[in-house]
Ligand binder design. Structure first.
Ligand SMILES: [Zn+2]
Ligand SMILES: [Zn+2]
Length: 80
């Protein structure tokens, strides 16, 4: 049993609508990638250890392609 982020692992898409214009937002990747690109292949481990980030959650940045609105969303990890 292992907890994984469905977005990082390509299990299924998680979609959010833009708060400004209601367009479908695009996943820009896990937030951990933006401040730690030192070991991109250990994403799950880094996320689990990062301060203040639960191992059961993965934070992703979503960008609206229509108006440029950007926001972070917490993605629940799933057991596989
Ligand atoms: Zn993720
Ligand atoms: Zn928008």
């Amino acid at each position: 049993m292992k907890l994984v982020c469905p977005l990082c692992n390509g299990l299924y898409p998680v979609e959010f609508n833009c708060e400004k214009c209601n367009s479908l937002m695009e996943d820009q990747g896990a937030k951990v990638n933006f401040y730690d690109d030192y070991s991109p292949y250990l994403l799950d481990e880094i996320t689990s250890r990062a301060d203040g980030v639960s191992s059961e959650k993965c934070i992703h940045i979503f960008l609206c392609p229509n108006c440029g609105y950007k926001n972070d969303y917490v993605i629940e990890r799933k057991e596989i």
